[in-house]
Design a protein around this ligand. Sequence first.
Ligand code: IMP
Ligand code: MG
Length: 173
Amino acid sequence: MPIERVLFTEEQVNARIKEVGAEISAKFQGRELKLIGVLKGSVFFLTALARAMEIPVKIDFLAISSFGQSTAGMVRIAKDLDDPIQDDDVLLIEDIVDTGLTARYLLQTLAGRSPRSIAICTLLDRTVRRIVPVPVDFRCFEIPDRFVVGCGLDYKQLYRNLGYIAVMNPDRG
Ligand code: IMP
Ligand code: MG
């Protein structure tokens, strides 16, 4: 098994998502949110989070592709949203904010489309690897500088469907 150790169990992940869903619902009470998921990593988190929320939500997705090393910050939109976000309260949903380059690019790009507001919610936050500052509004877990899989995060497109977050040992992959 390429899994080295479990960082957060399925029970811990689900409990934390419920808490954050309640936190977001409280913050946006009386409003309607547009959840924007970044394919494919955020899909599992987005659906769990949406079900933990008590306010009305719409969902839309975009996909990005990064040329070469993501650390070079070369990101572009490969599949755009279906609908405009003008005057929407937008919540960008990420699997992980690592260097911050992807999140910064997406926040800037979406902000240019005149949403009413824009915020970001991430399942995992690895601040020790941050290259550019990102204002993370909601996050479930801070993680150490190790490669992780599960809950949407992949290694070579595998392990996204694990219900828990695990540290991966690629040597055993
Ligand atoms: P960024 O470095 O913040 O731009 O993050 C880029 C992307 O790298 C994330 O959205 C993930 O898809 C991927 N990524 C970063 N760290 C990990 C990890 O530990 N496991 C799986 N994917 C990761
Ligand atoms: Mg991703």
